[in-house]
Design a binder for this molecule. Structure first.
Ligand code: GAL
Length: 631
C-alpha cells in the first residue's frame, strides 16, 4: 500500500514547492494528488491556457520521486463558464438555482457543460497523459457531494423524458408499470412527464425510483465520458474517483464498472458527528470514530470496485471544518486508520491535505502541516504508518461472511421508509457491525456477486431481488439470513402478486401477510434480545427460531435460511447474526465493543477504538512476539 497526500500547489508560492515535496518524501509518502480544483488557474479565460505553473509543479513533485494522481477539474467550473451559459447550474429540489461561489454547481444533464467538461478533460489529458510522473487519474471530485447528484433543471427534465421513453417504450406501458390509474396520474405522452419534486404531496414512488435511477445514470454517463478521454490520451494509467461516506446518490457498482480503482474519502470523526450514531457513541468515540465507520466503507467499496481494487483518496488528518462539532483525533488514530485501511486491502491511503490553507471555506480544516508550515501531529503519524507498512507482508483477506447491499434498495427505503429511519443502508451497517463484533471478516457484495467461499450470507433489506441472487442463494451451501422488506417489490415498485418476499418465498418457506412499523419503545422481548422497529407477519412452513416471551416470532428458520421479521438493529440483529454464525461454523466470539479484528493473509489485526491506554500480550509465550501462526 502506498501513502500519499492531496496537494494544492496553486495555494502556495512556487518557491515553497521543492521544500513541500522534500518533506512529503521524508514523511514516507510516495503519491501526491493534485489538480482537481484548479480550472480557473489552468484556463483563466475560455481558450486561454496557462500550463506553465502546473508543468513546473508536476516536474518538482515528480523530480522528488512522487507519483502524481492528476484530477480533472470539472467539480469547479469557473465563473466565465457560468456566465457564458447560466443555465448550466443545477436546480435544487425546491426549484432554486445553485449559485456560483463554492463548487459542484453544475447540472449533470446540461449538454453544454458536458461539452466543456470533456474539453477541459481532453486538454489536461493531452498535456499530461504521457508525463512519466503521472501515475493515475481521478475524475472530477466526489460526485454528488453537497447534494448534487440530482438536478431539477429543464435539461434534466428533457433528458429524463428521453430516458423514460427508452425504458418504457410507450406512455401506456409506463402508466401500467407505475400504476398511474391511481389518482388519475395517467400520461398521454412522455412530454407530459415532469420531475417528481414539486408535487402537492408525495409523488408516485415509482416516479421517484425512476428519477433516482435516471440521476444515477447521468452521473455514470458524465464520468464515463471523462474515462473514455483519459483512456485515449493516457493509456496504461489507472483511473479512479473518490466516493463519499454513507452516500448513496448514485449507484457505485455502476460507476466503479468504468474505473480501475474505486477511491473513497474517509473522515471518521466527521461522519460520527453527522450521521445516525447514538449520543453515547458520539461522545465515547468523538476522538476515534465509531469502530465500524471506516471499515464499513472499505469493505463496501472493495465490493463495488472492479477486481476489488480500492483506495482511500482522502484521509482525515486532524479536525475537519464541516461537521457539527470538529474534535481532533486521539494521538495514534491517524496511524490506526491507515493500518486499518491496509488490513482491509487498500492500495493507497492519501491524507487530505498537505497544508492547512489560511483562507476560504476550509481554513479550519487540518492538514499534515499547519498554516504556518510547521508540522501538525499527523505528519509524524504518516511517517510511523509508512514504517509499519514496511514490515507487513500483505496476503488475501479470509472469506467468512458477506452482506448483500444494492443502491436501489437504499433509494427505495428512502422513497418509502414506511417507518422513521428504516433505511437499507443502515440495515446493512447494523448487520456488518454485528458480524464484526463477533470478530469476523465481512465483505459487502452486490446482489449479483459470486457467493462461493462464504459460510454466511446476510441480505439485510433488499426490496428488489434480482434472479441472479435467487439462483446463487439456492445453490449456496452456507447459512443465510434474510431481512424484512426483502423481495417485497418488483422493478417498478409494485408489491409482487404473491406478496413479499416474492422470489424468495421458497427459500424462506413463508409469505409476509402484514408488515407493521413500530415507534421506539415498542418491540418483542426475548431472552437477551429486544426486537424493534418493524414486524413482518409470516405465514408458511418456516419454523420459529426466536420467539418473544409474548409468543410472537421475531425470527423464522427453514433449513439453513433464517427470516428476520423485525428490523435489523440492536440486540435483536446481534442475536440473529450470532446464531447464524455459529450454525455456519464460523469462529464467532463476541469481542469487547471497542475491538475489531481483520484477518489478512496469516496476520490477524486487532484495532482498539477505546480511548484508554491498555497493554496487551500476544504470542504463545506472552512475549509480544507471536509466531506467524498466532500473530
Ligand atoms: C471532501 C472533499 C475535499 C475537501 C474535504 C474536506 O469531501 O473531497 O475537497 O473538501 O472533503 O474534509
Amino acid at each position: 500500500m502506498e501513502l500519499g497526500v492531496c496537494y494544492y500547489p496553486e495555494h502556495w508560492p512556487e518557491s515553497r514547492w521543492p521544500e513541500d515535496a522534500r518533506l512529503m518524501v521524508q514523511a514516507g509518502l510516495t503519491r501526491v494528488r493534485i489538480g482537481e480544483f484548479a480550472w480557473s488557474r489552468i484556463e483563466p479565460e475560455q481558450g486561454r491556457f496557462d500550463w506553465g505553473w502546473l508543468d513546473r509543479a508536476i516536474d518538482v513533485l515528480h523530480g522528488a520521486g512522487l507519483g502524481i494522481i492528476m484530477g480533472t477539474p470539472t467539480a469547479t467550473p469557473p465563473k466565465w463558464i457560468v456566465d457564458a451559459m447560466p443555465d448550466m447550474v443545477a436546480i435544487d429540489r425546491d426549484g432554486k438555482p445553485r449559485g456560483f461561489g463554492s463548487r459542484r454547481h453544475y447540472c449533470f444533464s446540461h449538454t453544454g457543460y458536458a461539452r466543456e467538461a470533456a474539453r477541459i478533460t481532453r486538454a489536461v489529458a493531452e498535456r499530461y497523459g504521457s508525463h512519466p510522473g503521472v501515475v493515475a487519474w481521478q475524475t472530477d471530485n466526489e460526485y454528488g457531494c453537497h447534494d448534487t447528484a440530482q438536478s431539477f433543471s429543464s435539461a434534466a427534465r428533457a433528458a429524463f423524458r428521453r430516458w423514460l421513453a427508452d425504458r418504457y417504450g410507450t406512455a401506456l406501458s409506463l402508466n401500467q408499470a407505475w400504476g398511474n390509474v391511481f389518482w388519475s396520474m395517467e400520461y398521454r405522452s412522455f412530454d407530459e412527464i415532469d420531475l417528481p419534486n414539486l408535487t402537492v404531496t408525495e409523488a408516485n414512488p415509482a416516479h421517484w425510483l425512476a428519477f433516482r435511477r435516471f440521476s444515477s445514470d447521468q452521473v455514470v454517463a458524465f464520468n464515463r465520458a471523462q474515462v473514455e478521454i483519459l483512456r485515449q490520451c493516457s493509456p496504461g494509467r489507472d483511473i479512479t474517483h473518490n466516493a463519499m461516506g454513507f452516500y448513496t446518490g448514485y449507484d457505485h457498482h455502476d460507476l466503479a464498472a468504468d474505473l480501475d480503482v474505486l477511491g473513497w474519502d474517509s473522515y471518521p470523526l466527521g461522519f460520527l458527528e453527522m450521521f445516525r450514531f447514538s449520543e453515547d457513541d458520539k461522545r465515547r468515540f468523538a476522538h476515534q470514530g465509531h469502530p465500524d465507520i471506516a471499515a464499513f466503507h472499505h469493505d463496501l467499496y472493495r465490493g463495488c470496485a472492479r477486481g476489488g481494487r480500492w483506495s482511500v483518496l482522502e484521509q482525515q488528518p486532524g479536525p475537519v471544518n464541516w461537521a457539527r462539532h470538529n474534535p481532533a483525533p486521539l494521538p495514534g488514530m491517524v496511524r490506526l486508520w491507515t493500518l486499518e485501511a491496509y488490513a482491509h486491502g487498500a492500495e493507497l491511503v492519501s491524507y487530505f491535505r498537505w497544508r492547512q490553507f489560511p483562507q476560504a471555506q476550509e481554513q479550519m480544516h487540518a492538514g499534515l502541516l499547519r498554516p504556518d508550515a510547521s508540522p501538525a501531529p499527523a505528519l509524524a503519524e504518516a511517517r510511523a504508518a509508512a514504517d509499519d507498512l514496511a514490515t507487513l507482508t500483505g496476503g488475501a483477506p479470509a472469506k467468512q461472511a458477506a452482506v448483500i447491499f444494492s443502491y436501489p434498495a437504499e433509494w427505495m427505503t428512502q422513497i418509502q421508509p414506511q417507518g422513521d429511519g428504516k433505511s437499507a443502508l443502515w440495515a446493512a451497517f447494523n448487520c456488518y457491525s454485528a458480524l464484526r463484533r463477533l470478530g469476523l471478516n465481512v465483505d459487502i457484495l452486490s446482489p449479483d456477486a459470486n457467493l462461493d467461499g462464504y459460510a454466511l450470507v446476510i441480505v439485510p433489506c433488499l426490496p428488489i431481488v434480482p434472479d441472479a441472487l435467487v439462483a446463487s442463494l439456492q445453490g449456496f451451501k452456507g447459512e443465510v439470513v434474510i431481512g424484512p422488506r426483502s423481495g417485497s417489490r418488483g422493478d417498478d415498485f409494485a408489491i409482487p402478486p404473491t406478496l413479499a418476499p416474492g422470489k424468495l418465498e421458497q427459500l424462506v418457506a413463508g409469505r409476509v401477510v402484514l408488515s407493521e412499523s413500530w415507534r421506539p419503545g415498542l418491540g418483542i422481548e426475548g431472552e437477551g434480545w429486544l426486537a424493534t422497529g418493524w414486524f413482518d407477519h409470516l405465514e408458511g412452513e418456516a419454523t420459529p427460531d426466536m420467539t418473544g416471551i409474548d409468543g410472537r416470532v421475531a425470527c423464522w428458520k427453514h433449513g439453513r435460511v433464517r427470516y428476520a421479521a423485525c428490523w435489523p438493529e440492536g440486540s435483536f440483529i446481534e442475536a440473529v447474526v450470532e446464531r447464524a454464525a455459529r450454525d455456519a461454523g464460523l469462529p464467532a466470539e463476541p469481542l469487547p465493543d471497542h475491538i475489531r479484528h481483520r484477518r489478512r493473509g496469516d496476520t490477524l489485526f486487532a484495532f482498539d477504538y477505546e480511548s484508554a491506554e491498555v497493554s496487551i500480550t500476544c504470542g504463545k509465550d506472552g512475549s509480544g512476539r507471536g509466531s506467524s501462526a498466532d500473530r
